[in-house]
Ligand binder design. Sequence first.
Ligand code: HEC
Length: 112
Amino acid sequence: MQKYMKCLLAVAALFVSYAGQAQQMDGLVADGPALYAEYCAKCHGKNGRSNTFIGLLTFSQNLTNAAWQAETLDADIYAAIAGGRRMMPSYADKLSVVELQALVDVVRDLQR
Ligand code: HEC
């Protein structure tokens, strides 16, 4: 019986530590394309060209524009997403640093 309890406790301890780790992992891995679809596509469009109704209304940046991509640093893109730009809302309080960085990568991928 004692042996059984020990085993049960060990399993419970393992489970608790695993659950703790899973919680810490939250926000450490980010699905950039899913985040883009959820937060950005309504203005910038799935393809980044911002040819959506809201995109046109808010004068959203065409993210596929080669000249804009060339003159823009990753840090500028990050700052725009974190802090907002004109009619674009800020996302610093909604998304983790890892998620913001994943979105920078998505924006970069739009030029290809
Ligand atoms: C409400 C519409 C709207 C939403 C939602 C939105 N944006 Fe924007 N975005 C804009 C507007 C407007 C601009 C500013 C255009 C300008 O600078 O003239 C902009 C600019 C940008 C820029 C260019 C900044 C620069 O340096 O020129 C990037 C990059 C960007 N958005 C990415 C995103 C990403 C990624 C998301 C999702 C997290 C997002 N946007 C969500 C409207 C939006």
